[in-house]
Design a protein around this ligand. Structure first.
Ligand code: FAD
Length: 425
């Protein structure tokens, strides 16, 4: 009785462990094409490993963008608390930080992998490194084996946990989508998500390194249709617009910006309200105060206290394009000019050209269609004995530990189900 798991990331490690735990008599193989397990885990949470979220389980579902209901059995079958308990059993103690984000106490993501590796070893899972699966063998609508770069294996059950397309340098190159298609399953279009946004206007470039805290962002098309709106932090990075607001926004517009029919579509604009906490009149009064205090000084000096230093020159250039000369005396600024300043403070906008690519996307949106998967077992509805788990599925979430938890929970369910179906056979 052989269960083969393809891919040694979060989902695959958990699947292999749970399969062996549930059916100790089975031979469980974990095939990983890299020279080590969990390459992607290593870089999660900026290397600190945001492995799950401490939120109550019912609150998890609002964080999944695609197919949250599909995850119901998986999440309730292996909860965040059970994950934490298991990792701690393997020696990875955890702590909870802002926003319920859970990290290893060590401060290092590799503590997660070390814990899982210890559990896998103790359970007796066979791990084969540098083993790249090229093909899944099927016979009479069932799996019967896998072919790797080295050899062919017989397998009674196969769990595909090969990840998505994001950060291909970690080994996630979309192989699972090919396996699914070859098994006659549907794969939905894939897009990079939780990824930076690329502005059209070039004046973002000198702003790299700037973090705009407590701003409001709205994304609309030319007809004013709203695609995304939230408060928080927006960062200017080497890749364009990043930080929590841009990453979350990307989930809502990546399909729009990256789909092939995009050229026929309307342009999207990201509007930044630089002073969202102030009412219109309050902001006007504040501006008036600054202008009066600056008296004979130039307008540019008066605006210095309202804006971050690196943003000021860019802001002034945009103002001058609206006919407001930043060199004029602060106390001579007219009401109409003040209106232009207020309007720019309220709507400092960028046209969006696109998003970053898969190379820098935190997660893949799209994947193996959940319509072809039994949510109670993670088994394919098309091929007996073939299971899918983790990011290869058409499931993705906001940041905060929800993507990792989905990988662990679907992995656990696939592993347990594969083992149970062997027992029943
Ligand atoms: P992966 O981790 O991609 O694992 C797939 C494995 O399969 C890889 O090891 C790969 O080498 C192997 N493989 C692929 N094809 C084959 C093949 N043919 N044969 C053999 N092996 C194969 N999520 C969070 O919840 N919190 C975070 O803080 C967080 N931060 C992130 C930061 C970054 C920079 C990135 C890129 C992602 C982050 N994520 C985070 C997302 C999260 O890491 C993933 O969603 C999750 O790890 C996916 O796990 P997985 O096991 O499904 O896939």
């Amino acid at each position: 009785m052989v269960i083969t798991v393809i891919g040694g990331g979060a989902a695959g490690m958990m699947a292999a462990f749970k399969a062996k735990e549930a059916e100790p008599e089975a031979s469980v193989f974990l095939l990983e094409k890299n020279e080590k397990l969990g390459k992607k885990i290593f870089i999660t949470g900026k290397g600190r490993g945001n492995l799950t979220n401490a939120a109550e389980l019912p609150d998890f579902f609002g964080s999944y963008l695609r197919n949250p209901r599909f995850l119901y059995s998986a999440l309730y079958g292996f909860t965040n608390q059970e994950l934490i308990g298991l990792l701690e059993r393997g020696g990875c103690r955890v702590k909870t930080e802002r926003g319920g984000r859970v990290f290893p106490v060590s401060g290092h993501a590799y503590s997660i992998t070390d814990s899982l590796k210890g559990l896998l070893k103790k359970a007796g899972v066979h791990i084969a490194y540098r083993s790249e699966v090229r093909e899944i063998r099927l016979r009479d609508g069932r799996v019967c084996g896998v072919v790797t770069n080295r050899e062919s294996y017989h397998a009674d059950r196969v769990i595909v946990a090969t990840g998505g397309l994001s950060y291909p340098s970690t080994g996630s190159t979309g192989d699972g989508y090919r396996f699914a298609r070859e098994a006659g399953m549907e794969v939905t279009a894939c897009y990079p998500s939780l990824v930076s946004l690329e502005p059209e206007e070039e004046d973002w470039y000198p702003l790299r390194g700037l973090k705009l805290r407590n701003v409001k962002v709205r994304i609309t098309d030319e007809d004013g249709k709203l695609y995304y709106e939230d408060f928080g932090e927006l960062d200017f990075t080497n890749a364009g617009l990043g930080g929590p607001l841009a990453l979350s926004a990307s989930c809502h517009i990546t399909e729009y910006l990256n789909c092939e029919k995009r050229k026929a579509r309307r342009l999207l604009t990201l509007h930044i309200d630089l002073k969202p906490a102030m009412e219109e009149q309050e902001l006007d009064e504040r501006l008036l105060r600054e202008l009066r205090a600056s008296q004979t000084k130039a307008l540019r000096n008066a605006l210095g206290s309202l804006l971050p230093a690196s943003l000021l020159p860019v802001f002034l250039r945009r103002l001058s394009r609206r006919g407001v000369d930043s060199g004029r005396r602060a106390d001579e600024v007219s009401r109409a000019e003040r209106r232009e300043i207020l309007s720019l403070l309220r709507d400092f906008s960028y046209t969006l050209r696109g998003t970053g690519g898969f190379r820098e996307a935190i997660v893949t949106m799209g994947g193996v269609s959940v319509r072809d998967i039994n949510p109670k077992t993670m088994e394919s509805k098309r091929v007996k004995g073939l299971y899918f788990a983790g990011e290869v599925l058409d499931v993705d979430a906001y940041t905060g530990g929800f993507n990792m938890q989905a990988a662990f929970s679907t992995g656990a369910l696939a592993g347990r189900s594969a083992a149970a179906s062997l027992r029943e056979a």
